[in-house]
Design a protein around this ligand. Sequence first.
Ligand SMILES: C[S@@+](CC[C@H](N)C(=O)[O-])C[C@H]1O[C@@H](n2cnc3c(N)ncnc32)[C@H](O)[C@@H]1O
Length: 270
Amino acid sequence: MSSEKSIMRRNVVYKESCLSGLEKMGDETVDLIFTDPPYYQYRAKNIKGLKNHKDVVTEFEFDEFKSEEDYLKFLEDVIAACYRISKPGASGYLWCGDDYVSYINRIVEKVGFQFRKVIHWHKTNPFPAIYTRKMFANSMEMMVHFSKGSPKTWNHKPVNEMHNFIESPICMGKERRAHKTQKPLKVCIPYIEISSNPGDLVLDPFMGSGTTAIASLMTGREFIGFEINDKYCDIIAKRFEEFLENSSTIFEGKYPEVIHSKVKADKSGK
Ligand SMILES: C[S@@+](CC[C@H](N)C(=O)[O-])C[C@H]1O[C@@H](n2cnc3c(N)ncnc32)[C@H](O)[C@@H]1O
């Protein structure tokens, strides 16, 4: 698909692999990419002495790549599709594990984006380091910021809020859903506000529990997203229901929805 008009509707999460979904989106139609792809856990799973520690090496059912090459190729295909559908000047934010951050910097530049900065989220309540394991607690996650040329939208916040570092506990309480890698709204909303304006279209190819969609709704942006897993699509639908119940905004027929696409994921499930 390369016409200017996308056939995907705004404010919808499609239950579909993003690889097939992104093909149906028009060139230069998206104002901001905000996403959190699966991390490649294989290496950690195979480190001697670590593999039985489920608290350290969580086995995500969506994270079954055959090899590191497959994983990086998958990310490159998705990021290249994101480049095609981004408007000139659009920003992108992509969460990743610390061991893949430099690969991702290279990939974003290879497909045409400019790498800008790595943002660090310090989790104030990580799983504690245990003496016998001789490892530091995993209290940091990273997000790569990139853009298609110079960023068109840059809503500067007070200087002390413009650090490439943010602190927040992991999701807890009412916000917490049954998704192992759910990101707190608090670490997503500031970047969406800086790099887009109300009414803009935010894309998340890997919606998970729907955090990007909820953050977009809360800040007056629109979204399109993909999520391959039925269970997580149900979580997103429930979050939309709760959001609408608690929101005073009038949506004028643009209600957020989860749609089970007729297009099947490719055989690898990726
Ligand atoms: C790291 S999680 C995203 C978590 C999300 N940021 C949140 O706050 O809930 C990655 C998600 O991508 C989904 N996923 C994996 N491969 C996919 C694909 N090819 N297309 C769409 N979604 C996919 C997984 O099911 C998983 O929910």
